[in-house]
Design a protein around this ligand. Structure first.
Ligand code: CA
Ligand code: CA
Ligand code: CA
Length: 217
């Protein structure tokens, strides 16, 4: 009986003012915690999207580097100005049988395309960049190709680098059409790729790779 009476006395002791103060304190504390949770979540989302975008680009470039390094050389190149895509096609004899295997499961002739319309980098199993193919990286705002040759004899301006433009302009070798194509591609054994990716926060990240086409035929 004593316990019941004491409990009632404690209940009676909670005044309206105390209830209001407690409610206000809980309210303020709750708002602060909610605000903190929301801002933490926004920061996490922001960091995550930035990491996703740059991680994709890095993975795509690593894959491109690996495949190009083993490739037999470039088949075709499309540079900006020829359309809405920059692309390059090459054959890599993955199974080492000397044949160009183009089975759907493991194609050996690959085309990397960067579209200025979608800003996506895709991997295609033919030279048609219009096909719906897996997207390797999004938010790619620029893809630049450097196509050079280690054949110093064609270094017309003697600056130590033989560019595809010098091959193109070389009488008896190039076709002087201001495109890297035809027999000129047989002399290209150094490929540089520079990707610029928007990271979603108004910034941009640049990725670069230089590949020596060791297995060039
Ligand atoms: Ca093969
Ligand atoms: Ca040069
Ligand atoms: Ca040409």
């Amino acid at each position: 009986m004593t316990v019941t009476r004491n409990a009632r006395r404690r209940d009676d002791g909670m005044s309206l003012v105390e209830v209001l103060v407690a409610a206000t304190l809980f309210g303020v504390l709750g708002t602060l915690l909610l605000g903190l949770a929301i801002s933490t979540s926004a920061v996490t989302q922001d960091t995550k999207s930035r990491t996703d975008v740059t991680g994709e680009a890095r993975t795509a470039l690593e894959r491109m580097t690996r495949e190009l390094r083993q490739s037999a050389g470039l088949d075709a190149v499309t540079l900006p100005g020829d359309g809405t895509a920059t692309s390059f096609t090459f054959w890599t004899d993955f199974d080492g049988d000397g044949f160009r295997d183009q089975s759907a499961s493991d194609p050996e002739v690959l085309t990397y395309c960067w579209s200025t319309v979608t800003d996506e980098l895709t991997l295609n199993d033919d030279a048609d960049c219009d096909a719906a193919r897996p997207v390797l990286a999004g938010k790619v705002s620029s893809l630049q190709l450097e196509l050079d040759s280690s054949e110093w004899a064609y270094d017309a301006d003697g600056n130590g680098t033989t560019t595809w433009q010098e091959l193109d302009a070389k009488a008896g070798l190039g076709n002087d059409n201001h495109r890297p194509d035809g027999a000129e591609l047989l002399h290209i054994d150094l490929v540089g790729v520079t990707l610029v990716v928007r990271d979603g926060t108004g910034g941009a990240q640049t990725f670069h790779t230089s590949i020596d086409l060791r297995n060039r035929i």
